[in-house]
Design a protein around this ligand. Structure first.
Ligand code: HAS
Ligand code: CU
Length: 571
């Protein structure tokens, strides 16, 4: 199998130039070899392992809402140990390593060349696996039941924090590799606009790199020395503030790889076009600039000045905006594609979208769920209404529509293209894959509705409800059943997903044609004069200045530190 797309760097005079060395099944990036894809494939396998473990814990949580407690049966000590596994496996492992794999490929496709350093790709993959094994051991040994936010003064064993560090460093190495590739590409293509697909991938990782510095300082300067016993006390409020500095943009680090797919691939899959090159760049730049909004997770925290809460509350409404542009852009692309396929009417065209393609239908459903996720995000972000929903079941209701569906269901749908791309195996069970997306969607609508209703009725989040003495005084029965049954359906959907994926990986039938990274056509742009939009370094500098202003104000009000808390172990 050889690559059929012309190599733009090839000398046109040299007709006989050999096509780039093919991989074992042939992919569409010139010069790419199987060894370049191997670390990417193993990042993806780690991601899927995270999803599997997280989904299993989700099943136990769904049963808990139905008053069936299975934790001891599977060898876990407590509900909270299961919840920690669930959060870490899904929010940190599944998402990060998918991004590492997927954005590496989209960067290569954008630049039409392999990443600059195969060694860095390999190192990133080994660090990710090493970190996850360390942290998983700590949690499974019940030495780190600190939930995915690991708030001090809950204190985990050092292995947990070291594992988290390695996983984060793996993402930094992916960025480094992207930047080296950008530099090499710039050298060969002086004066040209940075290809959009590469640009949005790099912006995703640049945003995350800057955002991750909060957690890096929290863990390296405070939590690790404290859990090693080198220091005895920490300031829980300050470490929490560092956590949320990264903890808000982390949700965009989960989301933006999916946005890369929605912008750069979905239009191609449905036969539409991406509306504007410049607007797309601006959306990703906005996510980079509006990093400092983490205090919207701390509206009810004491010790954070009202001024900081107000500034970050306003900026939170700013960060809502690029997602509204995204909704507009994606709808435009979908409508264009559907009308070309004969779709008519104000909304009747929706039926003409390629619903039979699991890669598309899963992402469409994920997008629909995200509209509800976005609305509930606005509810959370509204300073005064936050008091009603904060720390209630409403919040997991919100984030299972966002990360739990917009992101997770999109990743599952993308996998139906990506796993065949990485393995050269034909997708097994298309119809089952389509059904899987619908099962998830129906499941999450019931699941999140149950949580949100109960949250408004005062049900706390992160609580083993069936053993709470006060539960009997509340009218939470229906909500719990909706949550429990919805969660069960989501688990069954995950089972179908893994059946399809495993059958694909072990499929004897290889793909028969060159595997392509879908690439949207753009209606408007890029224009030569908009070159400022490509300046990765300039935007990083502007983002840094904004962060210093916004968090500088907070830190100046906050200091001196109040390090009074020794570590506690509640489990
Ligand atoms: Fe959030 C808490 C506010 C987005 C995740 N959020 C959380 C937590 C998580 C989370 C995990 O202001 C809990 C953390 C914890 O453990 O404590 N969130 C927002 C706002 C947005 C938002 C304003 N959240 C997300 C995303 C997440 C995520 C994205 C994960 C990926 N969130 C909050 C606040 C809190 C919070 C407060 C703290 C609450 C508290 O008190 O603790 C916005 O970014 C949302 C913008 C979204 C939109 C929707 C656009 C719609 C699109 C779909 C287009 C349709 C398509 C399909 C493609 C404006 C783009 C069409 C299909 C057809 C068939 C036609
Ligand atoms: Cu947030």
């Amino acid at each position: 199998m050889t690559v059929t797309e012309p190599d733009p760097n090839a000398d046109p005079a040299d007709e006989a130039a050999p096509t780039p060395r093919p991989t074992q099944w042939g992919v569409d990036i010139p010069g790419l070899e199987a060894a370049d894809l191997r670390p990417i494939k193993w990042q993806m396998y780690l991601s899927l392992s995270g999803l599997a473990l997280g989904a299993l814990m989700g099943l136990l949580q769904a049963f808990e809402r139905l008053d069936v407690n299975l934790y001891e049966e599977v060898g876990l000590e407590t509900y909270y140990q299961g919840l920690t596994l669930h959060g870490v496996a899904l929010a940190l492992v599944f998402t990060f390593t998918f991004g590492n794999a997927f954005c590496s490929v989209t960067t290569m496709k954008g630049f039409n060349r392999p990443l600059a350093s195969r060694a860095l790709s390999n190192l990133s993959m080994y660090l990710a696996w090493g970190g996850v094994v360390l942290a998983a051991w700590a949690i499974l040994a019940n030495k780190a039941t600190v939930l995915f936010t690991f708030y001090a003064p809950l204190q985990a064993t050092p292995a947990f924090y070291f594992g988290a560090v390695l996983l984060v460093v793996s993402t930094w190495l992916v960025l480094l590799n992207m930047l080296l590739t950008l530099r090499a590409w710039n050298r060969d293509n002086r004066g040209e606009r940075v290809p959009l697909m590469a640009f949005v991938s790099i912006m995703t990782y640049l945003m995350w790199f800057i955002a991750s510095l909060g957690i890096a300082i929290e863990v390296l300067a405070f939590l690790i020395p404290w859990s090693l016993g080198l220091t005895t006390t920490v300031d829980p409020q300050f470490t929490r503030t560092l956590f949320w500095f990264s903890g808000h943009p982390i949700v965009y680090f989960w989301l933006l790889p999916v946005y890369v797919s929605w912008y750069m691939m979905l239009p191609a899959w449905v036969g539409g076009k991406l509306y504007s090159d410049g607007l797309t760049r601006m959306v990703f730049i906005a996510f980079l600039l509006l990093i400092p909004v983490g205090v919207h997770h701390q509206f009810t925290d004491p010790g954070i000045p009202f001024s900081s809460k107000t500034i970050q509350w306003l900026l939170t409404f700013g960060i809502f905006y690029p997602s509204v542009i995204t909704a507009f852009t994606i709808f435009a692309a979908l409508e264009m594609g559907a009308r070309k396929r004969g779709g008519t009417g104000l909304i009747g065209w929706i039926r003409k979208l390629p619903w039979g393609n699991p890669v598309v239908s899963g992402q469409l459903l994920a997008g629909l769920a995200f509209m509800l996720g976005g609305v509930s995000g606005l509810i959370n972000a509204s300073y005064t209404i936050n008091v009603v929903v904060h720390n209630t079941a409403f919040i997991p209701g919100h984030f299972h529509l966002t990360v739990g569906t917009a992101v997770a269901l999109s990743i599952m749908a993308i996998s139906y293209w990506f796993v065949p791309y990485l393995t050269g195996k034909e997708l097994w069970g298309r119809k089952a894959a389509v059904a899987q997306g619908w099962m998830w969607m129906v499941g999450v609508l019931s699941f999140s509705r149950g949580l949100m209703a109960n949250g408004v009725a005062g049900q706390p989040r992160r609580t083993e409800i069936n053993s709470a003495a006060y539960a009997a005084d509340h009218n939470w029965g229906l909500g719990n059943v909706m949550t429990g049954l919805g969660g069960l359906l989501m688990f069954l959907s995950a089972c179908v997903f893994f059946t399809v994926i495993l059958k694909t990986i072990y499929n004897k039938q290889r793909v028969t044609e060159v595997q392509r990274v879908p690439h949207s056509e753009v209606m408007h742009g890029p224009r030569v004069k908009n070159v400022l939009l490509d300046r990765v370094g300039v935007w990083a500098a502007v983002a840094a200045v904004l962060i210093v202003i916004v968090y500088g104000e907070l830190v100046l009000h906050y200091l001196p530190l109040n390090s009074v808390s020794e570590g506690i172990v509640l489990w």
